[in-house]
Write a protein that binds this ligand. Structure first.
Ligand SMILES: Cc1cc2nc3c(=O)[nH]c(=O)nc-3n(C[C@H](O)[C@H](O)[C@H](O)COP(=O)(O)OP(=O)(O)OC[C@H]3O[C@@H](n4cnc5c(N)ncnc54)[C@H](O)[C@@H]3O)c2cc1C
Length: 436
């Protein structure tokens, strides 16, 4: 490989890194895209949905050739108790027509395809290559600028600018002094299992036609009182399930991620959806949920940070935000190249683009809900229990006047905790569940 020089070195071939690599290579910059995995995606996992509109900003019409699983037409939220679930949802058959809304996908298939688009545009992809440090050049008496990355084999790849798109671990972002260490209360830990099931069975179980998909988000019982979520996605001939929550709570409650997964799979309503399905893959992964206060310094002389490494996650959305941050990074780097100035003076334009984005407004807003859940970690469980108790009473056929029944339901719900708390729990829940 040798100690080569490129216009840009990108660390991480996830959605953020591959986006920037593709756009910069299309703009005739020389790009090295470094990935520690055997292939892009081999270290990555998500639920997961790929969102059509933002992704099409990077690759118009991507769904015609990308390895996607199913077109999601049904979205549901289940508030789960031990033997029941209150369900809210929507099925839109229009979502199964172009231009579509979102797709289920598996990262070990999607990421290599995406990185390959960058390679086809001229980027050099280096897999099984770990970047371990940054190298600097002096640009004044006291100032230095990032001038490349050092690899684990001791080689250095030099570049005018380095883009860190290294995901949640963000080791180099910390080494660069752009962010401090992250508390466990700012991270969520999820486990995922992929279970093989023939397409026909999936379609009959979830009321789908071939190619159509379904996504269920779940609150309450599955997370064993840890603030978190469960989720289920239908793929072409497999089902993806995830469950997890805040890392500090998983630690303090002494539940292992594997125990959460077992509890989730043994729930009687989940059990019947996944019966006969054969586990084919198991992974766990962190989601950076630090929110607005944890966003690192986004740029410095010769360096930018994008995607999860920059804590850019909002609700269920992460891949698309990573891609858009990769897009903004590529735009900024192209400007720096035009000005032949890769210092913070020009690269600060990246921060402005990020701060003006729609997703940063959502990330800013979610700050209140994060604080609320810190103060009221019981919120989801109380709501879920109340909703299920009320539904049992409502749907039980009795021998009483409907007015009497409704009064009992009302008394039960509002007797559980102060009405204001129930309404506030609901207000923050709707924002945090990431369903809209
Ligand atoms: C359980 C779960 C469910 C999710 N569901 C969804 C969903 O449904 N939809 C959605 O949009 N988002 C979802 N997300 C979030 C989404 O996966 C992330 O936000 C997104 O992957 C971030 O992209 P990225 O490019 O910043 O980082 P990543 O995808 O993490 O990519 C970083 C890459 O950098 C590589 N790397 C790291 N360090 C180095 C190094 N030093 N040298 C070389 N390579 C390195 C890694 O191997 C990796 O390939 C989910 C996440 C989880 C954990």
């Amino acid at each position: 490989m040798g100690n080569d020089r490129y216009n840009v070195v990108i660390v991480g071939a996830g959605p953020a890194g591959s986006t920037a690599a593709l756009l910069l290579a299309q703009n005739n910059l020389s790009v090295a895209l470094i990935e520690r995995g055997k292939k892009p995606g081999s270290k990555n996992m998500f639920g997961g949905s790929i969102y059509r509109k933002p992704t099409a900003k990077i690759i118009p019409g991507f769904w015609k050739e990308a390895p996607l699983e199913r077109t999601i037409i049904t979205d549901e939220l289940w508030l789960m108790d031990r033997t029941s679930a209150v369900k809210a949802g929507f099925t839109g058959l229009k979502f199964n027509e172009e231009p579509y809304n979102k797709f289920s996908a598996i990262r070990s298939k999607f990421d290599p395809w995406f990185a390959n688009q960058a390679v086809k545009a001229g980027a050099k992809l280096m897999t099984e290559t770990l970047a371990v440090d940054l190298v600097y050049e002096k640009i004044g008496l006291l100032k230095k600028k990032v001038d490349g990355v050092k690899l684990d084999n001791g080689e250095v790849i030099y570049a005018d600018v380095v883009l860190l798109a290294e995901g949640a671990s963000a080791n180099l972002t910390q080494k660069a002094g752009l962010r401090g260490s992250i508390e466990a209360s700012s991270l969520t830990l999820y486990v995922k299992e992929e279970l093989a099931l023939p397409a026909k069975k999936i379609e009959s179980r979830f009321n789908l036609e071939p190619g159509e998909g379904s996504n269920i988000g779940m609150i309450g019982y599955p997370t064993a009182s840890v603030v978190g979520k469960g989720g289920l996605w239908t793929n072409q001939d497999s089902i993806s399930i995830i469950v997890g929550g805040y890392l500090n709570q998983i630690n303090s409650k002494g539940v292992s991620p594997y125990q959460l997964l077992t509890r989730f799979k043994e729930h009687p309503l989940i059990k019947r959806l996944i019966s006969d399905a054969k586990p084919i893959a198991y992974k766990s992964h962190i989601i950076p949920k630090g929110g607005y206060e944890s966003i690192p310094t986004l740029y410095d002389d010769g360096i930018l940070v994008a995607g999860d490494a920059a804590m850019m996650v909002s609700g269920r959305r992460g891949t698309d935000i990573a891609m858009l941050s990769g897009l903004y990074a590529a735009e900024t780097i192209a400007q720096a190249r035009a000005a032949q100035d890769y210092t913070a003076k020009v690269l600060k334009g990246y921060k402005k683009r990020i701060m003006d984005s729609f997703f940063m407004k959502s990330i800013k807003k979610s700050k209140n809900s994060k604080q609320y859940y810190k103060e009221h970690p019981d919120a989801d469980f109380l709501l879920t229990k109340a909703a299920n108790d009320a539904a049992y009473r409502f749907f039980t056929v009795g021998i009483e006047a409907s007015e009497t029944k409704m009064k009992k339901i009302k008394d039960e719900i509002f007797g559980m905790q102060p009405t204001k708390k129930t309404l506030t729990d609901l207000y923050y829940g709707i924002q945090d569940w990431g369903i809209f």
